[in-house]
Design a protein around this ligand. Structure first.
Ligand code: ATP
Ligand code: MG
Length: 225
């Protein structure tokens, strides 16, 4: 049993370094909250803010839902890509009230420029697909009635078709420059992706008064209220 002194612990917001942190900062600033730490230089994983009742923890993007679900963080910001994968394994585990509209991109099927993907689909070929997004890929191909062998990777999916590990990949695309650099093209969209605010269900009840102003501020800053 991990006991936390709820009354005295500041509200804890889980963010990942990079895009999500960079695009969440302006939303916090709109709510009058500043972060002084320079994340590029600091190795600190717990970061104070100008609000003594709000601290930020820095975790891997795909770990944000886990920290929030178990209550180690009260709130977090995570991409729909990551949330979809989490949701399949932990249905309803998280409250996801606000689409923040940040870190936008598309989850796509991509294949080598010379590969006739539509032809292969039409002929019912059994494709090998490499991806970090196993659940989303499974659902996508099942909905198309396609049989695929999914190979789980943790990164650099673009490499897989180039060295014969897979026929195609399912990966995030924003400008397409990483695909182009590896002679791949997006052949199908799986989902539009942006990041959502997620909230621990117990904290929503036990810490409601302290959380509500933050939820309201995120709602206003993202224009979804
Ligand atoms: P890690 O590097 O820890 O394995 P990651 O590569 O998923 O995780 P980021 O690249 O920072 O971490 O991505 C975090 C989130 O930002 C993703 O889950 C997705 O929602 C979004 N994202 C990823 N790539 C892009 C992109 N090219 N454009 C816009 N948003 C993106
Ligand atoms: Mg990345």
């Amino acid at each position: 049993m991990i006991a936390r002194l709820q009354e005295r612990t500041p509200i804890t917001l889980a963010l990942s370094k990079g895009r999500i942190f960079d695009e969440t900062l302006p939303l916090l600033e709109n709510a009058g909250i500043q972060v002084d730490e320079d994340l590029e230089r600091s190795r600190r994983l717990i970061v104070a803010t100008s609000d003594p009742d709000l601290r930020i923890i820095i975790v891997r993007a795909s770990d944000v839902p886990t920290y929030v679900q178990y209550g180690a963080a009260d709130v977090g910001v995570a991409g729909k890509d990551v949330l979809n994968e989490h949701e399949v394994l932990h249905p309803g585990g998280l409250y996801q009230p606000i689409d923040l509209g940040i870190a936008r991109c598309r989850l796509c099927v991509a294949a080598p420029a010379g590969f006739d993907y539509q032809g292969a689909v039409y002929q019912g070929a059994r494709l090998r697909v490499a991806t970090k997004y196993v659940q989303a890929a499974r659902e996508h191909f099942a909905a198309k009635g396609m049989h695929v062998d999914i190979i789980k990777l943790y990164g650099s999916m673009e490499l897989a078709p180039l060295v014969g590990l897979a026929d195609a990949i399912v990966d995030l695309v924003s400008t397409g420059s990483t695909l182009r650099a590896n002679q791949l093209v997006a052949v199908e969209e799986v989902a539009e992706i942006s990041s959502r605010l997620i909230v621990n269900r117990a904290a929503l009840k036990t810490r409601r008064e302290r959380l509500q102003p933050l939820l309201d501020a995120f709602g206003r800053a993202s224009g979804s209220e």
